[in-house]
Design a binder for this molecule. Structure first.
Ligand code: PLP
Ligand code: COI
Length: 355
């Protein structure tokens, strides 16, 4: 994938915050490593590749990202192996999805090798920030936003690509109490639910807040037209084991094509497990919960990892699923995923990109 080495100007901090960071009490998204990556797009090309100390940036208050939401992001993770090797998990997949988001939002492509090299260079500079504890990693947040200081509702001509990183632990600490969302909609056909657009997350905040006020941890989004089919779970894809088959909503323009989802499907395929990627009705999930055929249900995402669903609330009833510790598939899956990411078993698919 790599064609040429990127010319990156590196300015290191003279005060590392590493020693004063409490790696035992990390809250997702609150702790940032010492450095960040910045590049500019102008005159039709990407330039000024830099790694600089993490900190504030000056911007015009008129930038289109702030007014019209020309902004999107990615999320991936770096892991430290027992021998000290640091690897980033499947950055090529995020690079490809980055450009899908860019195209949908009328923003410029970023060559995939620039995406991967920027991340590798930044993780290399801050490699001491990659945690060593189990279920801990360095979360990597690449993003792009429009920077033209102009209020016209047209695509910007200038952009910034940036990458932040920060150490993280587990995102969820317990099985999730999940509500089937039948009032609000995350994404509609013809929209941009498949892009990691900032606006998708803004639109999800009110429904999420309502769900939390009602005592739920997450919601399962349903289709915009009828609210009869499962789409995603919060900021993760949703997967079920129904009667021995791994079932998950097929990707479409309302669903983010998750890297974790793709990885889970590949592992299940390796294990010879039957898989169905198709529309998944709420009725069959509830039926499965009642009959006991629904033996596993979880969210799959980079931040969420494999997040077990504890119970599902639908039409005034709460359906309790089995104890996650007793679930054969997701327990074995979670172990396999960690073993690959931390370099404890052979990386047969070539998913680890060594920094
Ligand atoms: N769906 C949404 C809406 C997300 O925000 C995410 C998180 O990135 C996912 C699914 C899972 O995608 P991935 O596994 O690539 O992180
Ligand atoms: C991720 O899993 O990387 C995400 O983007 C979820 C995030 C919105 C916290």
């Amino acid at each position: 994938m790599t064609t040429e080495t990127l010319d990156i100007k590196i300015t290191k901090t003279n005060h590392s915050r590493l020693a004063e960071t409490d790696f035992d009490n990390l809250v997702f998204g609150h702790t940032f490593a010492d450095h960040m990556f910045v590049a500019d797009y102008a005159d039709g090309e990407w330039k000024n590749f830099q790694i600089v100390p993490y900190g504030e940036i000056g911007l015009s208050p008129a930038i289109s990202a702030l007014h019209y939401g020309q902004a999107f992001f990615e999320g991936l993770k770096a892991y430290k192996h027992e021998d000290g090797t640091v690897s980033v998990f499947r950055p090529d997949k995020n690079a490809a999805r980055f450009n899908k988001s860019a195209q949908r939002l009328c923003m410029p492509d970023l060559p995939e090798d620039i995406f991967v090299q920027s991340i590798a260079a930044l993780v290399d500079v801050d490699r001491d920030w990659v945690p060593t504890a189990e279920n801990h990693s360095l979360y990597i947040r690449p993003f792009m936003f429009a920077t033209d200081p102009y209020l016209g509702v047209v695509p910007s001509k200038t952009y910034k690509f940036m990458v932040l990183t920060g150490p993280v632990g587990p995102y969820f600490s317990k099985p999730l109490r999940v509500k089937i969302e039948t009032e609000y909609t995350r994404a509609a056909e013809g929209g941009f639910g498949y892009a990691k657009a900032a606006g998708n997350y803004a639109g999800a905040m009110l429904p999420t807040r309502r769900a939390v006020e009602q005592g739920f941890d997450q919601m399962i989004w349903t289709d915009a037209k009828e609210h009869l089919y499962a789409e995603e779970m919060g900021a993760a894809n949703v997967m079920f084991v129904l009667d021995g088959t791994l079932v998950t909503p097929s990707t479409r323009d309302t669903i983010l094509d998750g890297v974790t989802r793709n990885t889970v499907l590949a592992i299940a395929r390796d294990w010879g497990m039957p898989i169905e990627e198709r529309r998944v009705s709420i009725a069959e999930i509830i039926e499965g919960a009642k009959s006991g055929k629904l033996t596993d249900a979880f969210g799959a995402g980079t931040a969420a990892t494999i997040a077990p669903v504890g119970s599902i609330f639908y039409e005034g009833e709460e359906y309790h699923l089995s104890d996650p510790a007793s679930r054969e598939f997701s327990t074995k899956l979670f172990k396999k995923l960690n073993d690959i990411r931390y370099g404890r078993v052979a990386d047969e698919h070539g998913w680890n990109y060594t920094v």
